[in-house]
Design a protein around this ligand. Structure first.
Ligand SMILES: [Zn+2]
Length: 86
């Protein structure tokens, strides 16, 4: 009898654990789909062949574009401080 209760308690814990994991797994993809705002960190796609640069404002699903037949380099550069007084 005691064994049956232990098994039932174990199953209940597993069931609750699975439900929690499932609810977390359901929430995750929505967070990842949110585009990452990278405007504070200047991100550029740079073509190593001809030097063309694309500035990235927002990163959604990251796909590196190609230029001159080669995938472009991703460079993160610190944004220069904005000076309003001059
Ligand atoms: Zn190029």
């Amino acid at each position: 009898m005691r064994v049956a209760i232990a098994v039932l308690a174990g199953l209940l814990i597993l069931w609750i654990g699975a439900a929690v994991v499932r609810s977390i797994a359901r929430m995750r993809p929505r967070e990842e789909a949110e585009p990452e705002d990278v405007q504070d960190l200047d991100v550029f796609f740079v073509c190593g062949d001809c030097g063309t640069e694309f500035r990235v404002e927002r990163i959604g699903e990251l796909q590196i574009p190609r230029h001159c037949g080669e995938p472009m380099r991703v460079e993160r550069r610190p944004r220069p401080p904005v000076t309003t007084q001059n």
